[in-house]
Design a protein around this ligand. Structure first.
Ligand SMILES: NC(=O)c1ccc[n+]([C@@H]2O[C@H](COP(=O)([O-])OP(=O)(O)OC[C@H]3O[C@@H](n4cnc5c(N)ncnc54)[C@H](OP(=O)(O)O)[C@@H]3O)[C@@H](O)[C@H]2O)c1
Length: 345
């Protein structure tokens, strides 16, 4: 765990964790349903920029209180943890405001637009003795944990390569958040973050990243292929595309076997571990698969134990993955209007 500079918070061992939802958009609805269906927590309040929309969200999801401003949510003494689920450009400042109000934070992926904002928020959380985590739910899934354990435990011998593709078929619309640069548009930060996370979990950090990609007329990246080499000589290859259909195929190869991961890279259904040459021989592995619930349970566990960060989603990895995404984005010349520094190409 990272060094603590502030006074650590008192753990929450003996009562439900009280969630406040900052923003009332699409993924906030999924979180509200998940917390309701998961033991150990409750959503006590929701805030949106528009009070009427917050109220209607609260009614739909049986949330006791709703606010028409985020400031009111942060002033609510009953909120333990704020779930920041606005679009990416707002994550960093809203997480900072939440921490300054003394709240723990779970921040949607990508944690921020830039590495420097990511570091600033995480350092502030540690400095204040508060819990902070990127909502990288994939890392909390039992199947992914099992996959990582097997690969790190040597089930494949030396890992030599990883390949994954993650595609979602959105029609191009310059106003949609996936394509609107001012609203954090771009395939890399939105969907590329998942296969990059899995590759980083299984292979480790790059010594060198190469990237190819295509942008749409708004300037946002829509299709990106990136590959990297690790210090051990393993190669990761990742493709993300916000405009195409296609199966999400993930393969990890090693000197003594290989694994095919079935289903979406952000929510795999199972994997088959092959040892030796016969592709029909393999051990099929499945696990408990309850979507966002595993992430919610992990947050509850961390707050009950007084942790500043989850060992499943460590701060250092959030920063490392943002660094890969940012270097790939810079290579493509994709710059957000919120970035202070001009691109150095
Ligand atoms: N974990 C996952 O599986 C998952 C899935 C989807 C998305 N996400 C992440 O969650 C975040 C939100 O995604 P979403 O699909 O829920 O998006 P969304 O419904 O389009 O927007 C979420 C909220 O962001 C705020 N917002 C949107 N556009 C804004 C703008 N131009 N200016 C200021 N605020 C704006 C709004 O807050 P108000 O309600 O206050 O108006 C809105 O309700 C993204 O960062 C995304 O990457 C994660």
């Amino acid at each position: 765990m990272s060094e603590t500079h502030g006074t650590p918070y008192p753990p929450i061992p003996d009562r439900p964790v009280r969630w406040g939802l900052l923003a009332a958009g699409s993924i906030a609805g999924a979180m509200a349903r998940t917390v309701r269906d998961t033991s150990g927590g409750e959503v006590v309040a929701v805030a949106a920029r528009d009070g009427a929309r917050a109220a209607s969200f609260a009614q739909e999801h049986e949330v006791p209180r709703s606010y028409g401003s985020y400031a009111e949510l942060l002033a609510d003494p009953d909120v333990d943890i704020v779930y920041v689920s606005s679009t990416h450009p707002f994550h960093a400042e809203q997480a900072m405001a939440s921490l300054e109000a003394g709240k723990h934070v779970l921040v949607e992926k990508p944690f921020a637009l830039t590495v420097s904002d990511t570091e600033r928020v995480l350092e502030t959380a540690r400095g204040r003795g508060l819990f902070a985590m990127e909502a990288m739910w994939t890392r909390c899934q039992p199947l992914v944990r099992e996959l990582v354990e097997r690969v790190r435990g040597g089930a494949l011998g030396d890992v030599r390569s990883f390949a994954a593709a993650f595609t979602v078929p959105f029609a191009y619309d310059e106003g949609h958040r996936l394509f609107d640069l001012a609203n954090g548009g771009g395939a890399l930060l939105d969907i590329g973050v998942y296969p990059v996370t899995l590759a980083h979990l299984l292979l480790g950090h790059p010594t060198d990243v190469q990237v190819l990609g295509a942008t749409v007329p708004t300037g946002a990246d829509a299709q990106v292929a990136l590959q990297w080499l690790t210090a051990d000589g393993a190669v990761a290859q990742v493709l993300c595309d916000s405009r195409s259909h296609g199966s999400s195929r993930t393969v990890v190869r090693g000197t003594e076997g290989w694994i095919e991961v079935h289903g979406p890279v952000n929510d795999p259904e199972g994997f088959t571990l092959h040892r030796g040459a016969d592709p029909d021989e393999g051990e099929h592995v499945t696990a408990d698969r309850r979507g966002l619930a595993h992430q919610v349970e992990e947050v509850h566990r961390c707050l009950r134990e007084g942790l500043l960060e989850s060992p499943l989603v460590p701060h250092a990895d959030t920063v490392a993955i943002m660094t890969i995404l940012e270097s790939a984005r810079r290579e493509l010349g994709v710059q957000y209007p919120q970035e202070d520094e001009p691109l150095h190409t």
